[in-house]
Every structure is written in C-alpha cells, then in structure tokens.
Design a protein around this ligand. Structure first.
Ligand SMILES: Cc1cc2nc3c(=O)[nH]c(=O)nc-3n(C[C@H](O)[C@H](O)[C@H](O)COP(=O)(O)O)c2cc1C
Length: 182
C-alpha cells in the first residue's frame, strides 16, 4: 500500500484477534514510533509492550483502578479483560523533559505522533490497530502502577492484532469546511 493511500484511507480496527505482530513487525512498528517529529531531539516517550502474561498484568492494573473507583460487578470483571481484546497492547507514555524551548505540550504531541506512526506502521504491514484511552489513561492508580509521574501522560493504549473485519468505508469529509486561505 502506498503512503498516500494509507494516510487517506486509514481506519481503526476495534475488533482484533491473533496473530499479533511478529517480532519483525513489532520492530518496524517501534522504529516508526521513534521517527516521530521531536523538537530538540528529546525522545519524550516510552513504549510499554504487553502481550501474553503482560496483558493480564495490565488487566490487573485496570481492575485495581476500577475497584478503587467503586466500580462493581460485571463492569469490574470486565476491567480486567479489557487488554485481552487484542494480542498486543502498546501503552504510549510521554516522558516530559525540562527544556527552555520545548514546552510539555510539544512533547505530548511528539508522543501522540509516535502513536499514530506506530498504528500506521502496523496497518502498512497488514495488521490492524485501535488507539484507546478511556478513563484509565488519566487514572491516578493506573499512572502510579505504570510509573507515570508529574507532567508525563499516558497518551494511549494502542491495541494491535489482526482485524476481525475489514474497516468500514468512511464518509469522506468535505475539505472546504476545514480550510481557510490566508
Ligand atoms: C487520543 C485518542 C484517544 C482515543 N480513545 C478512544 C477510546 O478510549 N475508545 C474508543 O472507542 N475510541 C478512542 N479513540 C478513537 C479511535 O482510536 C478511532 O480513531 C475512532 O474510533 C475513529 O475510527 P477511525 O480511526 O477508523 O477513523 C481515541 C482516539 C484518540 C486520538
């Protein structure tokens, strides 16, 4: 698939199954993330890979967060299973550095660009992905359990695997509604 087709026709895959990324595919995905635009070369990111038992460990963290927030019953049980909706989840964390010219916002944006690049690198290799946050990305318990402190943010949980369905064709947006010429 050429780059323009990938970018103009990309889509998320909410339902994912096995196989997940191979080591070679993962390595391309990570390389794409590391090529994200990065003002000052601060590499303001960390990618936390969960697969197999790692997905259960991530599920335990979400479960404890839900419990601490008073979630009960079926919804609580569901929290533990959320990461197992895909063979792999990459948690993208922005790691903000002190810099006189690069404010935290720019560093979060860099980490966000890395997330998009990683999702596109997965799709370019025939895989599918879905960028999710939900309330868990902003939850104090989850932040603490994953070692996310201060200005650092959980930018998203990138679910990766083989799409169960071909992404639906999308309504094309009218560019003129979003364009202005100066
Ligand atoms: C920062 C961010 C967080 C997101 N979090 C969620 C989420 O928690 N749950 C969800 O269903 N979609 C979430 N999305 C949206 C999906 O990733 C996806 O973009 C959306 O469903 C539209 O589908 P498309 O990517 O195929 O256009 C998020 C997107 C971004 C950029």
């Amino acid at each position: 698939m050429d780059a323009i087709t990938l970018l103009t026709e990309r889509g998320s895959s909410p339902q994912l199954t096995f196989p997940g990324p191979t080591e070679a595919q993962l390595s391309q995905i990570v390389e794409a993330g590391l090529r994200a635009p990065d003002h000052g070369g601060l590499t303001p990111w960390e990618f936390l890979i969960s697969e197999g038992e790692g997905l259960n460990r991530l599920g335990d963290i979400l479960f404890e967060a839900a419990k601490a927030n008073g979630v009960e019953g079926e919804q609580l049980a569901r929290a533990r299973l959320l990461p197992t909706r895909a063979p792999m989840v990459i948690t993208i964390i922005s790691r903000v550095k002190d810099h006189p010219k690069v404010p935290p916002l720019e560093q979060h944006l860099s980490a966000g660009c890395a997330a998009m690049a990683m999702q596109m690198a997965a799709q370019a290799q025939g895989l599918g992905g879905m960028w999710r946050t939900g309330s868990y990305a902003f939850d104090d318990h989850v932040r603490q359990a994953l070692g996310v402190r201060g200005d650092d943010q959980i930018i998203g949980f990138l679910y990766l695997g083989t799409p169960k369905q071909t992404p639906k064709a999308k309504r094309k947006l009218d560019p003129s509604q979003f364009l202005r010429r100066l």
